[in-house]
Design a protein around this ligand. Structure first.
Ligand code: RM4
Ligand code: MN
Ligand code: MN
Length: 401
């Protein structure tokens, strides 16, 4: 039986790429996991409680530490406020750091309170806009206390019926509120604007697509960038093209990885359309080679019926594989095929990379990082799930709100 190292190099033998540099880049990959992916979440129909889910934000970090330990590439955790509200953010930060983690993007909820029925920063009532702006400013403050450098904003703002609101007035209100927040951000903090075309509003959304998010970001300044969530597009949108375009404008700041079959399903990334994920990474790899590209790669998933920790591990493995395959594309040959008009030659270079079995390579990279060749098997063997099920019990999960 061959060792991981040997199998890893076998799989690259025919690709003509430099295995060492591919491994180096894979070791440098960073993926942020979401605190809410560890808690009990659900649909509007039901939330199914699972045994051993974290009861508070600190326990979510303990679970995230397991994911980092087994994969070696997940040292940060995104938080949602108020789901992860604590009295002492210094304590939360200390707990994270004691586990070898740091706090990633701070995500404010501006969609749960009754006042936000007609919107938050776009609300026609100036009093409600003030409240929303103050909540955003509180998150800037939390980012400072927790050592986070990213304020990640998704707005549920929108309308349900034609005529309900003025698109333009609502947009102006959003820009005005965000200008105040942007001005309050320390120099090293970035603001990410996440778009979504529907839900919970069903007629229009105030940041519906990449164009809406990009133009608001441009109004604010260089440290405002667009976040692409893979579940937030109309059907058949060519997401890799959107990614390339935002990269070219220097305004792709973040990713929310997940996968969907129909709507904003928040399923495990790569579970529905792994080829699309690969094509997105093909664009990202190219951009990474340009200087100044700083993208926060985050997972945004809710695990409703699947075991949450294993779901997170599988997501990370799928992202490692997609990245690895994209790194295997023979770029020089691709450029030549494009130049000479070799349509299928160019296409097949992508297919060749996609068809390569990169699992041994990714297993080796994880082992190099102190993680596990097979993180899910290692997790099962570790007994962690049984231990926390015993300690934490069932049904007290910290999830939605
Ligand atoms: C939204 C969006 C946000 C996420 C919330 C909970 O659809 O994806 O990123 O934080 O859901
Ligand atoms: Mn998202
Ligand atoms: Mn979403």
């Amino acid at each position: 039986m061959k060792g991981t190292e040997e199998r890893s190099h076998d799989s690259l033998a025919d690709t003509g790429v430099d295995a060492t540099s591919v491994e180096e880049r894979l070791r440098a990959q960073r993926l942020e996991t979401p605190s809410w992916g560890y808690g009990d979440t659900g649909t509007r129909f039901a939330v199914f409680p699972q045994k051993g889910v974290p009861r508070d934000p600190l326990e979510k970090f303990s679970d995230a530490a397991q994911v980092h330990k087994l994969t070696g590439v997940c040292p940060s955790v995104a938080i949602h406020i108020p789901w992860d509200k604590v009295d002492d953010y210094g304590e939360l930060r200390g707990h994270a750091e004691s586990l070898g983690l740091r706090i990633g993007a701070v995500n404010p909820n501006l969609f749960q309170e009754p006042e936000y029925k007609l919107g938050s920063v776009c609300n026609p009532d100036p009093g409600v806009r003030r409240k929303a702006t103050d909540q955003l400013l509180e998150c800037v403050d939390i980012a400072g206390k927790t050592g986070s450098e990213v304020l990640s904003l998704w707005f549920a703002d929108g309308t349900n019926y034609a005529g309900q609101g003025s698109f333009v007035e609502r947009r102006h209100r959003m820009v005005e509120c965000l200008q105040e927040v942007y001005a309050a951000m320390p120099e090293d903090t970035r603001m990410l604007l996440e778009y979504k075309p529907y839900e919970p509003a069903f007629y229009h959304t105030d940041l519906a697509d990449w164009g809406a998010a990009l133009t608001v970001a441009q109004r604010l300044g260089e440290r405002a960038e667009v976040l692409v969530d893979l579940g937030h597009h109309a059907k058949e949108v060519n997401i890799e093209y959107v990614v390339a375009l935002l990269l070219d404008e220097g305004r792709l700041g973040g990713f929310h990885f997940n996968n969907r079959k129909y709507a904003d399903d928040d399923l495990i990334v790569g579970s529905v359309n792994p080829f699309e994920l690969f094509l997105i990474y093909v664009e990202l790899v190219e951009a990474e080679e340009r200087s100044g590209t700083r993208i926060d790669y985050m997972i945004d998933q809710t695990h409703n019926i699947e075991p949450k920790m294993e779901a997170m591990l599988l997501s990370v493995m799928n992202l490692q594989e997609a990245y690895a395959k994209a790194l295997l594309v023979d770029r020089a040959a691709l450029a030549e095929a494009r130049r000479s008009g070799d349509v299928l030659g160019a296409h097949r270079l992508l297919l060749d990379a996609y068809a390569t079995d990169v699992r041994p390579l990714c297993a080796k990279v994880r082992e190099d990082l102190g993680g596990a060749a097979d993180p899910i098997a290692a997790f099962k063997e570790s007994g962690y799930a049984e231990k926390v099920a015993e300690e934490r019990g069932e049904g007290a999960g910290a999830g939605w709100g």
